[in-house]
Write a protein that binds this ligand. Structure first.
Ligand SMILES: C[S@@+](CC[C@H](N)C(=O)[O-])C[C@H]1O[C@@H](n2cnc3c(N)ncnc32)[C@H](O)[C@@H]1O
Length: 318
């Protein structure tokens, strides 16, 4: 997903579907703010933002090498602003394309990460549209089954490119997305803001309004945040597994991001422990079909698909 696929997007039933309708192809990269203004979002005194997007990307200078570029002359100002926020060099014109590492491209239709070799990775905005065949949707069953009273809130603690979190939001769940890589946080923030502004149509806007993003380490958030019904973890797809196929975007980025795009082995157990202490109803962990249980902790049940399974854990007692 999300690599060189142009307008097509993965759907949960494995088919490809049309990209969400764009009402305003010409709209620049600056999202319309809730207060009706355009331009960079105002900062609250407490450092939060009115979009509900925690400004982690504002304050982090990632140690890995990447540059920010503008796809067109019209997006140079926005590219400068992203470069400032991410503490990255601005590299315009041919110099941007020739940068040896990742390049964050600011275009009129959104942000994209250009990886060496030409892969283009974008946030999974198509997932903001509800699937056409929800009955086959294993993730929905893992999140909703045996849950009275509608769609519970979900903390997607390993948000990545947002495919799973956006999908859960499209099904009506309020979703808090956590992502510790500032570059991925930038893709998600931009996608959420554009969706909320109506760029992908009304249904996507409704879904995006259910999403809050924090660019942070999930272990920190889970130690201190508001409890939620469900914590969802998708910490790592192994290298050469078939299960990695629908997640090509993450696979492409693996070599180029500071943390790889996964959680290190020691972190997995910590993440699961923090998630179980935080969740009110259950923890759902996405695993490749034949992989061992996360952190070696056996789940209380699993839903199995063709390439992945969802392991279910009860909240920690007390
Ligand atoms: C396999 S990807 C998740 C893919 C995602 N489910 C999707 O649908 O696009 C794992 C992501 O988790 C993030 N991650 C891993 N450990 C994390 C942590 N402790 N806190 C926050 N994010 C983490 C990685 O940076 C990576 O983006």
């Amino acid at each position: 997903m999300n690599v060189d696929r142009g307008p097509e997007a993965r759907r949960k039933d494995g088919e490809r579907g049309p990209e969400p309708r764009r009402k305003d192809e010409e709209r620049g990269p600056e999202p319309r703010r809730k207060d009706g203004e355009r331009g960079p979002e105002p900062r609250r005194k407490d450092g939060g933002s009115i979009l509900g997007v925690k400004p982690g990307v504002d304050d982090m200078s990632p140690p890995h090498a990447f540059a920010v570029t503008a796809a067109t002359g019209a997006t140079v100002t926005a590219a400068k602003e992203w470069a400032r926020r991410l503490g990255a060099p601005l590299s315009l014109g041919a110099a941007g394309k020739g940068h040896g590492g990742l390049v964050l491209e600011v275009g009129p239709a959104g942000l994209a990460l250009l990886a060496p070799g030409g892969a283009r990775v974008v946030a999974a905005v198509a997932e903001l549209l509800a699937p056409t065949r929800p009955g086959r949707d294993l993730l929905a069953r893992a999140a909703l089954s045996r849950t009275p009273g509608g769609a519970p809130s979900v903390v997607d603690a390993t948000a990545g490119l947002g495919a799973d979190g956006f999908h859960l939001a499209s099904l009506g769940h309020p979703v808090v997305m956590l992502e510790r890589e500032p570059l991925l946080g930038a893709l998600l923030e931009d996608a959420i803001a554009r969706a909320m502004a109506g760029q992908f149509g009304r249904a996507a806007a409704d879904s995006a309004r259910r999403v809050t993003l924090h660019v942070t380490d999930a272990r920190d958030y889970l130690a201190a945040g508001e409890p939620a019904g469900i914590v969802y973890l998708d910490p790592m797809f192994p290298e050469a597994s078939k299960a990695a196929l629908p997640n090509k975007g993450m696979a492409t980025l693996r070599a180029h991001l500071e943390h790889g795009t996964g959680a290190a082995a020691g972190e997995e157990a910590e993440l699961l422990e923090a998630a179980r202490a935080f969740a009110r109803r259950r923890v759902v962990v996405k695993r490749p079909l034949r992989a061992g249980a996360l952190g070696g902790q056996e789940p209380s049940g699993s839903l199995r698909g063709r390439t992945v399974r969802y392991d279910l854990y009860a909240p920690a007692p007390g």
